[in-house]
Structures are given as C-alpha cells and as structure tokens.
Design a protein around this ligand. Sequence first.
Ligand code: ADP
Ligand code: MG
Length: 370
Amino acid sequence: TPVVEVSNLVKRFRRESGAVVNAIDDVSFEVAAGDFVVLLGPSGCGKTTLLRAIAGLETPDQGSIRISGRPVYSSADRVDVPPERRDISMIFQSYALWPHMTAFKNVAYPLQSRRGRKIAKDDIARRVRQALELVGVGELEKQYPGQMSGGQQQRIALARALVNNDELVLFDEPLSNVDAKVREQLRFELVSMQRKLGFSALFVTHDQTEAMELAHRIAVLDSGRIVQFGSPQEIYHRPATRYVAKFIGAINEVVGTVTTVDGGSVVVDSPYGKFVGATVGHRFSVGDRAAAMWRPERGRLTQDEPRTVNRWPGRVKAPLFVGSHTEYLVSVGASQTDVRLWSPRSDLVAAGSEAWVSVDADDVLVLPVD
Ligand code: ADP
Ligand code: MG
C-alpha cells in the first residue's frame, strides 16, 4: 500500500474581497513507501495548503486522503482524523523551535506529547541523542535556539521531525531560510538520511534545482493542479506542457504554425525558419499554433554550415563564461530572435561573428500553445 493516497482533493478559500480561490483543484497522487516526492511550483500554487491538508491542519472541501491505507480524510464518508493521530511528522520553513527550550527539550517534545504511548525517560534521552547525532549537532544539546545559526536551528528542527520514526515526513520549504552553502550541504544529508532511515518524504519547494536534486519523483503544480508527475529525468527531457518546460531548467522557445504532421514528428514554421521536432505524445493538426523548444546544452554552434535539418545562420552576441560552461547568446533569423546555447568550450566563436546554430530534431520538443 502507498504511504499517501490523495484522491480528487479540493480546497477553496474565500478572500476578504469575496473572491473564491481554488487552492487545491482536484488533485490526485500517491507516494509509495520509501519514495521521495517533491511538490514543485511557484509561490501561491497551493503547495502549503496541500501539505497542511495531508497533515490534518487544513480541512479540505472534497476528496479523500489515506495514510498507509488508513482513511484520514474523506468528504463522502465524513472522516477527518485529527493531526496528532495521523502519525506524520512535519517540518516548516520557519524552524518553529521553542525559544525557551534547549535543543534537547525541543527534540524530545514530540516523544513526550504523543497521545497514549508513555515512553520511558531513558528511552527518550537515547532517541533524542540519536536524532541529534544523526543530523550532526550532538554537541548543541544544551543550547537554546537563540544561540544557534539558522542552519543549526534547521538541523534541530529536522531532528525533531525524525525522532518519532514516523513512516511519513512532510517538509514545507525547510531549506529556504538557510544560506546557500548550508542549504546544499543539507540537501545531500537529507537524501542520505532518507535512504538510511527509509521514511517516505513529501517535500515542498519552489526551487527547481532543489526538486531535481532531492526527488525520486516530482509533481509540478500550477494553480492548484498537478500538471505533471514524473522522475526528474522525465520532467526535464519530456515536459508535458510549456509551463513545465519553462519552469524547470532553461529552455529556448520559438512559437510558430504546424505545417506538416508525420507520426511523432512535426514541422513548425517560425519567424526564423522551419523546425523539425518531436511531439512528445501531443496530437497536432496542420495549422495549429505550436512551440518548438529545446535546451541550451543541446544546441550547437559552428562556423561551417552543418547538415542537420534544424540549422540557422546567426550572429553571436556575448559569450558569457559561467565556469562549468559558456553561455552563447545568438540572434537568429530575420526577427533577430535570441537563442541560448551552452557549451563546455569557451572559444567556439568570438563575439560579433557569424555562426550557424543547429539542433537535432530529437532534441526539439513541440508543445501545444493555447
Ligand atoms: P504556496 O505554498 O504554493 O505558496 P499556498 O498553499 O500557501 O501556496 O496558497 C495557495 C493559494 O491559497 C494562494 O492563492 C493563497 O493566497 C490562498 N490561501 C492560502 N491560505 C489561505 C487562507 N487561509 N485564506 C485565504 N486564502 C488562502
Ligand atoms: Mg507555501
């Protein structure tokens, strides 16, 4: 049985103005045991509301939620299990530590407050120290949150979320308040902890890099709906929509009209020439508007005219050395459209010179434009 099963969940809010917001708009998905699932989307798309609904902190309007096979919410059956009886741990963006308690007391708190089960004092101490060691702050046991850095506080919050050994841990942008270096470090540690301890994770973020690094699977959210659910590879290489393609990673886009449809291959006429691309599961008819999209690392830049079908003469603006690669901005075609190309080489073509841009048909995704 999946650890989380969300079916047709709906949650509306009424704003002060009276307008109704569909914060969660008919969402269904599952989290398998041991899975690390990331909910990814821009601010306001409903991530926190969805997480809070699963935790029991927000009552949905419709749908159902099961945790490890047990219904915890169902509008049809009038089930609504309170948060403390859902056996879920949650960690927030603000560390939400008790300022008047030491690290030890903060981490011990969930063990002492759990309903019913009385845990022996020695056991509590052992488990708290284990959790603190696990997140690498064993030595901070007696410190108060005010005496710690942001990264240290977030480690304590993480220890508190893990101390219960719950099967499911919910994360609401827990790394967004710590500085970049620490954030990167914590991501690596989080992935290895999850693997070691085996809990299932549902992690919310608006940061696509973070999502790619952490997730086994990513659910991309747009205005309260899941627009794609897949592995980071699928989401990156086979985005289902333009929204997904643009939200994850950098991508070039040229909008035009479909002139030929041949199985999985489509020709799009654009302001800077014809594009041959792959349809990635969408159906097109001649005359449809469509976007030809491709990743900057898939494009090539050559002085000689290449043999590829997708090729255009252009003028190189500035090669920007980024360290791991060089970014070339090239204006192409009569419309002087700017396209981006990335190469590990920084000496392909000098600024201001003319060059050919090319990309394989397999690397051009043709997506619908509405
Ligand atoms: P995210 O976490 O992705 O930034 P939220 O789940 O916080 O998004 O919010 C989703 C939408 O629901 C937003 O439009 C937000 O303004 C609205 N919303 C969230 N909570 C409330 C609330 N308590 N009252 C009214 N509107 C809310
Ligand atoms: Mg949020």
